[in-house]
Design a protein around this ligand. Structure first.
Ligand SMILES: [Zn+2]
Length: 123
């Protein structure tokens, strides 16, 4: 369980809620809302919890990229959404697959603690 911050789509207040809930009630405008319809503003101090421990293990993540990296799934997990969307758009060319193999080799050579920085600094 982790807490996330969502932005209420009606009054745009920021609310801290349990990320396992599907629905919540805004404490400012009292509307019942769905998490899926709200913008999620994740506080950085919780981001490791939300990403899941497995995705910060370089062995697990490296092999995950070999299987799913051609669709950019690891980019979405690490919140590099633009890179993930590009990977999906070009996956049929085979370029994403080659990039994923190189990315997997780099991730496998990193220390676990370097993984989040690697994704942050990825151009
Ligand atoms: Zn509200």
């Amino acid at each position: 369980m982790a807490r996330i911050v969502v932005k209420c789509p009606i009054c745009s207040a920021n609310l801290s809620i349990d990320n396992k809930k599907k629905k919540y009630r805004c404490s400012f405008c009292h509307n019942r809302l769905k998490i899926s319809e709200s913008e999620i503003v994740v506080p950085p101090e919780f981001s490791d919890e939300i990403h899941g421990k497995g995705f910060n293990n370089h062995y697990f993540l490296g092999y995950f990229i070999i299987f799913f990296g051609f669709l950019g799934i690891d980019f979405f997990i690490k919140k590099r959404y633009k890179k993930g969307i590009i990977a999906i758009l070009i996956f049929w060319t085979g370029v994403s697959l080659i990039q994923a193999v190189f990315r997997a080799m780099e991730v496998l050579s990193l220390e676990d603690s370097e993984i989040n920085n690697y994704y942050k600094e990825l151009k």
